[in-house]
Design a protein around this ligand. Structure first.
Ligand code: HEC
Length: 471
């Protein structure tokens, strides 16, 4: 028996979007923290070697910003991720914990080390020697980067589990095909964010313009690694599964749009940074620096959206669909139904006209709600506006053929009909009275469509190994 957990209802915002928004903010802050550590080591070294008279003041000022943002906001959003994930995809987060618990525990110890080193620096560095301060910063930077190293392995496993599918070995899952391109890419993004934030902080310092310009030129050297981004991006695309790459490169207009936003924003930052700051040694004022940082946020958001979206219909490729149903359970759920093991009442005060419509709402919650709302973002009633009842029945019965980034329908013909009735009732503004749909011929037609669709995912021919998934 699979464990079933209900998905939370956020009104007009689809749960997947809530998850994405929390994750994007957290990733942005966490990557800033990683890059910030590296940047501070560099400036502490500039101070110690006497290369820049203001490097010490910069380290003090920047560290305060970093502490506030990475400790406070980073930790808060980190907890928010767990809190959101268990409300939206308990199955996914559960599987990530189950398969990699030692890695999570290791990550946590590095986080503790990061906090301890950072706090010691914050509290005592005025009294410590420069050398000891540098050590603390180096430990801070190393621990922060190690957190990235560890989480990156688990996140990239979701998209490219690779050999893990056969061996289930932690090492195979962790060092999966997209591990290195994604780690290197994220490291470059981290130092880029740190350098852009440095330009904002330097502008806020009370030193003359000449001195600011010198510091900015130093900080902008950390933007040079951006030059490797196109190469790393292509590497990442190359190791991506073919169907996911297809979504990103055009088959899904939304995903391609976000990829392009991300690339365009990065190009703008890169061009300004390399040409303006590094080569021409130009000055950058606070407003422009903030704008570039906002662009970087846009690039991060676009990139994370694409990375999350490209996994569809899976949250863990070939292991778990986005709606937390396992591929190998679909055939069984076609027989016994998806409501049999879902004991949770609906979180709504809507008066349903009959039990069939209420069951439809539960089928919707179990199978569709993670990616759709009824009438809000990606609302199914809007998407099916022009369809008649039979069109709806057929397209939902063949969900994975309708759009291969959706999982196959995992319930009985009865349940599918209740879903259709729920959607039509919602579309008609939820009247008090609604006729029960119990024509056996309708159910027979649905059954034929379900059988034609089969229980495999839409793109199953592209999967290397699909243990347990079949008709
Ligand atoms: C993994 C996420 C995901 C799941 C789960 C999912 N969908 Fe979708 N669905 C999508 C996306 C993304 C689209 C594309 C929306 C667009 O084109 O704007 C879509 C499109 C649709 C469409 C329009 C298809 C067309 O040809 O225009 C319908 C209808 C639909 N979904 C119904 C459902 C129903 C019913 C369920 C549950 C049984 C479901 N979906 C489950 C992601 C999902």
């Amino acid at each position: 028996m699979p464990d079933v957990y209900p998905i939370n209802d956020y009104g007009p915002i689809m749960p997947g979007l809530v998850m994405g928004m929390v994750a994007i903010v957290h990733v942005f802050l966490a990557q800033f923290a990683v890059g910030g550590g590296i940047l501070l080591c560099y400036f502490q070294w500039l101070k110690m070697t006497g290369r820049d008279a203001n490097a010490g003041r910069f380290v003090d000022g920047y560290f305060k910003v970093l502490v506030l943002i990475s400790f406070v906001m980073g930790a808060l959003t980190g907890v928010a991720i767990w809190f959101t994930a268990i409300q939206i995809s308990a199955g996914t987060i559960g599987s990530m914990v189950l398969n990699f618990h030692w890695l999570w525990a290791t990550e946590w110890t590095f986080f503790c080390l990061e906090i301890a080193a950072g706090y010691s620096f914050y509290r005592y560095h005025a009294r410590l020697s420069d050398r000891t301060s540098l050590w603390l910063l180096a430990i801070y930077a190393f621990a922060a980067w190690m957190s990235l190293f560890l989480i990156n392995g688990i996140l990239s496993w979701q998209l490219t589990p690779g050999n893990w599918l056969k061996t289930e070995s932690v090492a195979d899952g962790f060092f999966n095909p997209s591990f290195w391109p994604s780690l290197l890419f994220r490291t470059v993004v981290s130092v880029t964010l740190a350098a852009l934030a440095a330009c904002v902080v330097i502008n806020l310092m009370k030193i003359d313009r000449e001195a600011k310009a010198r510091l900015i030129h130093r900080a902008s050297l950390l933007l040079v690694p951006m030059l490797s981004m196109p190469l790393l991006g292509v590497w990442f695309l190359a190791v991506m599964p073919a169907d996911s790459r297809g979504w990103v490169l055009g088959e899904s207009p939304a995903m391609m749009l976000f990829l392009n936003i991300s690339i365009a924003a990065s190009l703008l930052i890169g061009a300004y940074a390399i040409v303006g700051l590094v080569i021409k040694n130009l000055y950058i004022n606070g407003a422009t620096a903030t704008l570039l940082l906002l662009l970087a946020f846009g690039a991060t958001a676009g990139g994370e959206f694409v990375r999350e979206g490209a996994r569809k219909p899976f949250s863990i490729r070939q292991v778990l669909y986005s709606n937390s149903i396992r591929p190998e359970d679909v055939a069984r759920l076609r027989e016994v139904g998806c409501l049999a093991d879902d004991p949770y009442p609906l979180k709504t005060d809507i008066e349903f006209p009959n039990l069939q419509v209420r069951d439809g709402a539960k089928v919707f919650r179990r199978q569709c709600a993670v990616c759709h709302t009824v009438e809000g973002t990606n609302g199914v009633t809007h998407l099916t506006n022009t369809w008649d009842a039979d069109q709806m029945r057929m397209n939902i019965a063949k969900l994975q053929k309708t759009k291969p980034f959706m999982p196959p329908f995992a319930g009985t013909a009865d349940e599918l009909e209740s879903l259709v009735q729920f959607l039509r009732w919602s579309h008609d503004d939820r009247p008090e009275e609604w006729k029960l749909s119990d024509d056996p011929a309708t159910l027979d037609r649905i059954q034929v469509w379900l059988d034609e669709a089969g229980t495999k995912p839409g793109n199953f021919k592209q999967y290397e190994e699909l243990a347990g998934v079949g008709d």
